[in-house]
Design a protein around this ligand. Structure first.
Ligand code: MF3
Ligand code: CO
Length: 255
């Protein structure tokens, strides 16, 4: 028998704090998206993220998490996730940049990611970005009580593969609340009608990572940056979402 994941249900009070954290994440990601222009370094984006959340009185969720050295993850082009901001990594027109960011408010976490084009980007690359964003929306649409984790996974995977792209297997979404990563793991691939049953009070970070080519990734020598094995480009979108009796509530939105 496999053990049932201990999934913590959040109270109304806890959800209110996660909404606060989520609003700060969404606001900061919008500011960062506006700054993702040719000539900007990924280190500069990290500095902006740090100063914005300091102004809001929130704490960074990623800094020092398992030794992660920065506030923000910035993954460019063939980088899939967990790109470490660097002063020598300069954005150029035609790039896509994934901005992944989390904060803590009074002990509660929110986590989200967007992929944005830098300047003018090739049409097939824009299709990758759009398909990834849509796949997250399709996954979120499944987040009703009594649906299953596999329904989220299958909705994401079906959409991605219908567009001719592939879903990364070796990184998954997660429960979130009093920690950045809580149970259950939330894969972006799988079968409808299988897995944990969703219930009101569950909060999940759903985060499809989608590749133009094959789904395999490898980790660079910095110990963090995941890149596609075939060097083709990748996109990433994430929201923190609560399951309520009335359906999904996205917490990482501006208020
Ligand atoms: N959204 C990413 C995740 O849940 C961000 C984690 S970055 C880390 O894996 F540095 F904190 F690990
Ligand atoms: Co996450």
């Amino acid at each position: 028998m496999s053990p049932v994941a201990a999934v913590e249900l959040k109270s109304a009070k806890e959800l209110a704090l996660m909404r606060e954290a989520g609003a700060i994440v969404a606001y900061t990601l919008r500011v960062l998206s506006e700054h993702a222009q040719p000539g900007v370094t990924t280190e500069e984006l990290d500095k902006i993220a740090a100063s914005e959340i300091a102004k809001k009185g929130a704490q960074p969720a990623f800094l020092h998490y398992r030794g992660y050295p920065k506030t923000l993850c910035v993954s460019v082009n063939e980088e899939v996730v967990h790109g470490i901001p660097r002063p020598d990594k300069v954005l150029k027109a035609g790039d896509i940049v994934s901005l992944d960011f989390g904060v803590i408010v009074k002990g509660y976490f929110a986590d989200a990611a967007v992929t944005v084009p830098v300047g003018k980007v090739a049409p097939n690359v824009l299709q990758l970005v759009e398909a990834t964003k849509q796949s997250l929306e399709k996954g979120i649409d499944q987040m009703w009580p009594d649906k299953r984790l596999g329904d989220i996974a299958a909705a994401v995977q079906t959409h991605v593969e219908s567009k001719g792209f592939s879903v990364v297997r070796s990184f998954v979404g997660h429960g979130i609340g009093r920690a950045l990563h809580e149970d259950p793991p939330v894969p972006n691939f799988g079968r409808a009608g299988t897995g944990l049953r969703l219930a009101p009070g569950m909060v999940l970070a759903v985060e499809p990572m989608v590749n133009m080519g094959g789904h395999d990734v490898r980790i660079l020598d910095d110990g963090w940056t995941a890149v596609t094995r075939d060097g083709k480009w990748s996109a990433h979108f994430e929201h923190t979402i609560a399951v309520t009796k009335d359906g999904p509530e996205i917490l990482t939105v501006e208020r």
